[in-house]
Design a protein around this ligand. Structure first.
Ligand SMILES: C[S@@+](CC[C@H](N)C(=O)[O-])C[C@H]1O[C@@H](n2cnc3c(N)ncnc32)[C@H](O)[C@@H]1O
Length: 368
C-alpha cells in the first residue's frame, strides 16, 4: 500500500522542536514545512503520532492535491478523490476551506464544491456539528485536501479540568521543557505553577505515560479503523521506573488546589507535590539539582507591568541565592522583566504566540 502523507501541525516558530520530537519517537521521513512537519507512514503511524507526541497540535492525513483555477474544474477533480479510503458513509463530515494567492478566492464556494463531492460520491452527510473534518487549502492554485485525524486539538489531554489563571497549553509546556533540554531524567520545580501544567507534563514524561491515553480521536470514526489494534497499541506500555519527584508552588491557594486535582486525574499524584508559597521563600526540593521552569505573569495579560518587576526580582534573587546547580527556564513576554531577575540568561529563544502575546524562553546554564 502506498504510504500516507501525514502533516503534523506545530505552534509557529517551534516546528524544529516538534520535528526533533517526531524523529526521536522513531518516525521516518521527517521534513519541516511552514507551520508543521511532514512525514510518511501507515495508519499505525497516524494513531501513534496522535497518542504519543506531546508537542504536536494536530495530525492531518493528505487525501489528495491537484492544481485548480476554476470551480467547474474543482468540482470534477474533487469527485475523483479516494473518499471511501478515508470517510465512512454513516459518519457526518464538516469541510473547512481557505484560499490564498489563487484564482479561486471564495473559500465558501470551494468548501461547498468539496461538500457536494463528499455527499454525492461517498454518501456521507455534511454537518457543521460533525467531529470528522476535511481541510481544504488552495494556495498558489494548488488545492490540497486533508482529513483531520485528531479531532480536538492535542493539548486537550483530557485531564485538566481545574484551571488557574493564564494556563499554558500542554503542548507548549512540553515544547518548552524539551527546549530546556529536559529528557525525563532530572527533577523539575515550578515556583509559579498555576494549574501545574509544566510539573504534570514533566512527571508524565518520566512515568512513560502517553499523552493521548485517556482521550478519543477523530481517526476512530474514519474508514477502516481497527479498534482492536488501536486498543492493543494503547495498552502496550514500557513504563520506566523513576524515583524522580516533581514539585510546584504558587502563592495562590486556588492554583495549588487545581494543580493537585489535575495531578491526581493524570495519575501522577505520587510523583508530584504542590504547596502554597511566595517566590521570595522558595527552597530547592531535596535531592539532586535539575530544572526550574516558570512562566510568571506578564504585563499585558495579568497584573500590571510595574508591579511585576518586584515579583521577577524576588524570583531571581531566590534562585541566585539558593538554587546552585539548577538550570532555569523562564518564559515571559517582556525582555525587561526577564532582566529584572538578574539571572545569567543566554540569548532568548524565538518568539512564540501564546493567546495573542509573543513569549520567549530565557535559559541559564546551571547556576553557580
Ligand atoms: C501565568 S501563571 C502560570 C501558569 C502555569 N504555568 C499554568 O500552566 O497553569 C502565573 C502564576 O504565578 C503566580 N504568582 C504570581 N506572583 C507570585 C509570587 N509572588 N509568588 C508565587 N506565585 C506567584 C500566580 O498565582 C499564577 O498562578
Amino acid at each position: 500500500m502506498t504510504p500516507l502523507e501525514l502533516f503534523v501541525a506545530a505552534p509557529p516558530g517551534l516546528e524544529g522542536e516538534v520535528a526533533r520530537e517526531i524523529s526521536e519517537a522513531g518516525f521516518s521521513g521527517v521534513e519541516i514545512t511552514g507551520g508543521g512537519v511532514m512525514l510518511r507512514g501507515g495508519w499505525h503511524d497516524v494513531w501513534r503520532a496522535n497518542l504519543e507526541l506531546r508537542c504536536a497540535s494536530r495530525v492531518l492525513v493528505r487525501i489528495g492535491a491537484f492544481r485548480v483555477v476554476h470551480l467547474a474544474q474543482l468540482d470534477k477533480l474533487a469527485r475523483k478523490l479516494p473518499w471511501s479510503d478515508f470517510l465512512r458513509a454513516d459518519v457526518p463530515v464538516k469541510v473547512d476551506a481557505v484560499c490564498r494567492r489563487s484564482k479561486l478566492y471564495h473559500a465558501g464556494a470551494v468548501a461547498q464544491r468539496i461538500e457536494t463531492a463528499i455527499h454525492e460520491e461517498r454518501g456521507a452527510h455534511i454537518s457543521s456539528e460533525a467531529s470528522v473534518r476535511v481541510f481544504v487549502r488552495v494556495e498558489n492554485n494548488l488545492c490540497t485536501v486533508s482529513v483531520d485525524t485528531s479531532g480536538e486539538l492535542l493539548h486537550k489531554r483530557g485531564f485538566k479540568e481545574s484551571v488557574a489563571k493564564a494556563p499554558m497549553r500542554e503542548t507548549l509546556a512540553a515544547l518548552f521543557l524539551r527546549a530546556c533540554g529536559y529528557r525525563a531524567t532530572e527533577p523539575v520545580f515550578d515556583p509559579m505553577c498555576g494549574s501545574g501544567t509544566f510539573i504534570i507534563e514533566a512527571a508524565e514524561m518520566a512515568a512513560g505515560l502517553k499523552p493521548g491515553r485517556a482521550r478519543s480521536f477523530a481517526f476512530e470514526q474514519l474508514a477502516g479503523f481497527d479498534s482492536e489494534a488501536w486498543l492493543a497499541m494503547k495498552a502496550a506500555s514500557d513504563l520506566p521506573h523513576t524515583a524522580l519527584r516533581f514539585s510546584g508552588s504558587d502563592r495562590d491557594a486556588g492554583a495549588i488546589r487545581a494543580s493537585t486535582a489535575n495531578g491526581q486525574r493524570a495519575g501522577v499524584a505520587e510523583r508530584v507535590s504542590f504547596s502554597i508559597g511566595d517566590v521570595e521563600d522558595i527552597q530547592p526540593p531535596e535531592g539532586p539539582p535539575g530544572l526550574v521552569i516558570a512562566n510568571p505573569p506578564y504585563g499585558a495579560r495579568i497584573g500590571n507591568l510595574k508591579a511585576l518587576y518586584g515579583v521577577y526580582h524576588a524570583l531571581g534573587q531566590s534562585l541566585r541565592e539558593r538554587f546552585s546547580g539548577w538550570r532555569v527556564g523562564l518564559i515571559t513576554s517582556e525582555d525587561k522583566l526577564a532582566r529584572a531577575t538578574r539571572l545569567p540568561f543566554d540569548r532568548p529563544g524565538r518568539p512564540v504566540d501564546h493567546g495573542g502575546i509573543k513569549i520567549r524562553l530565557y535559559q541559564t546554564k546551571p547556576l553557580s
